[in-house]
Design a protein around this ligand. Structure first.
Ligand code: FAD
Length: 461
């Protein structure tokens, strides 16, 4: 290609999907230039705002993302909300290709009466609150009651349970926000029930997260032995990861522990447990109808077996007294532009190997492509696949990169006209330095800035 004609690709969203797509594109083609647009002034998506504060090792992927961002063929434009500040169509005009990697920022709702009561939160918001997501700063969850109920049994549910029950001394050494730390210091929550529609063999969490619960200092497991009927017999037919997970739950629920562990459990002031075969029916209010006082659960039985088993209502219900309900039943992507072919049932952009249907030059990766499941490694693989599809289209000529495209130049002009000032990667590195040094001062790895205003102020200082 002649000089100045390098293929210009724009990526929307700077979570793992955005960065892994960029990394693969830059690696696969020596001429491609990649610009990443991000709504917030800070990068890394759920690695910063989702991953639990006591899982610092998971956040090491940030080092790889930083290497990508520092490459001369990669630019970061934070503080740009695509769909509001600039449209997808305008990006498509400016670039040869646009990759949508903006994740899953909505959440699934339970659809039960009382869901709007004070004391009921989506896990997405609760997690955002303790991780410093600016839009969740005002959440102020009421932690004054003894029992909290979490609906859903995936890893996010276990992250929330762990944060609610962890000793403060452990949390103090993480990058959890100061307001969350202060609220948790006053917390009266002593017991967390993790509720799921189906049984032990169907839980969606992984063994690491259950082990962390089992090993939580000052907390004892509180399981219902009867829930595990027939589970030991089913073990031999389970695939290996599920088998290890089920064995650990079985052991925790049924095995009489050794003396030392018995003593530890009897002295523990906190408790946690799975509640299986239960679906939410209604959030119960206090007499003034002002806040949550409990939850009514329907009792289910299973039809079928294994992962495909279905929960069927028995007609029985059970009430649990609690002041906090956190629903952790899934994240959900949202369409940011009416022109996108969006499957609202699956909440994904309709695509074929990352190629958005009926939209040449438009691609997607990450949770927007697959739905909100899987760990960072899963997101990495599907993002590499999208980058491969894009490179293949360039190589085969199905994506025309011979015409000159203005890229960030024309977008910068549009943004300036609209009064939007992007944050560059070196601006973010200023924020990063401030956060690291504020953290150092209080013995934490990082003290996050909590508002967009403060982030912008530091970025522009
Ligand atoms: P995201 O990480 O959500 O990134 C999307 C980005 O797009 C965000 O930065 C967002 O601000 C930006 N954006 C959104 N809308 C716009 C817009 N209109 N314009 C511009 N930018 C926009 N995985 C693990 O491997 N280990 C863990 O311990 C772990 N813990 C998790 C804990 C929680 C609570 C959650 C929810 C997930 C966890 N995961 C974990 C999974 C992991 O976070 C995901 O696999 C991964 O983040 C998905 O990447 P993504 O880039 O598709 O989405």
């Amino acid at each position: 290609l002649p000089d100045g004609c390098s293929p210009k690709v724009c990526i929307v969203g700077s979570g793992p999907a955005g960065f892994y797509t960029a990394q693969q594109l830059i690696k696969a083609r020596q001429d491609v230039e990649v610009d990443i647009y991000e709504r917030l002034p800070v990068p890394f998506g759920l690695v910063r705002f989702g991953v639990a504060p006591d899982h610092p090792e998971v956040k090491n992927v940030i080092n790889t993302f930083t290497q990508t961002a520092r490459q001369s063929r990669c630019s970061f434009y934070g503080n740009v909300d695509v769909g509001t500040d600039v449209s997808v169509e305008e990006l498509r005009q400016a670039y040869h290709a646009v990759v949508l990697s903006y994740g899953a920022e909505g959440n699934r709702t339970m659809g039960v009466p009382g869901e709007d009561l004070a004391g009921v939160h989506a896990a997405k918001d609760f997690v955002g609150w303790y991780n410093g997501l600016p839009s969740c700063r005002q959440l102020r969850p009421d932690l004054s009651s003894e029992t909290a109920v979490i609906l859903g049994q995936g890893n996010v549910a276990l992250d929330v349970a762990r944060v609610l029950l962890s000793p403060l001394d452990i949390l103090k050494m993480t990058d959890i926000t100061q307001p969350a730390l202060e609220a948790l210091a006053e917390s009266q929550v002593r017991r967390v029930l993790i509720v799921g529609r189906r049984g032990p063999v169907q839980v969606a969490c992984t063994v690491k997260e259950v082990r962390e619960m089992v090993n939580l200092p000052n907390a004892r497991p509180e399981m219902v032995g009867a829930d595990f009927e027939g589970v030991a017999e089913a073990l031999k037919d389970l695939p290996r990861p599920r088998k290890r997970l089920t064995e650990l739950m079985l052991k925790t629920a049924l095995e009489v522990p050794g003396e030392k562990e018995q003593q530890r459990r009897s002295e523990a002031s906190h408790a946690w447990g799975f509640r299986f075969f239960r679906s939410p029916v209604e959030i119960l209010a206090d007499p003034e109808r002002s806040r949550t006082a409990g939850i009514r659960l329907a009792v289910n039985r299973l039809e079928g077996s294994g992962e495909g088993a279905r929960a069927v209502l028995t007609g029985e219900v059970e009430d649990v007294t609690c002041g906090l309900v956190i629903s952790s039943i899934g994240y959900k992507s949202l369409p940011i532009d009416p022109s996108l072919p969006f499957d609202s049932r699956k909440a994904i952009v309709l695509n074929n190997m990352g190629r958005v249907q009926r939209a040449a030059g438009l691609y997607c990766s990450g949770w927007l492509k697959t739905g909100p499941t899987g760990v960072i490694a899963t997101t990495m693989n599907n993002s590499f696949d999208t980058a491969r599809s894009l490179v293949e289209d360039m190589d085969l000529g199905t994506l025309d990169v011979s015409v000159v495209k203005p890229g960030s130049q024309s977008v910068a002009a549009l943004l300036e006209k609209r009064g939007v000032k992007p944050v560059t990667f070196s601006d973010w590195e200023k924020i990063d330095r401030v956060e690291l040094s504020r953290g150092e001062a209080v013995g934490k790895p990082r003290e996050k800035l909590l508002t967009v205003e403060e982030m912008l102020q530091v970025a522009r200082s």
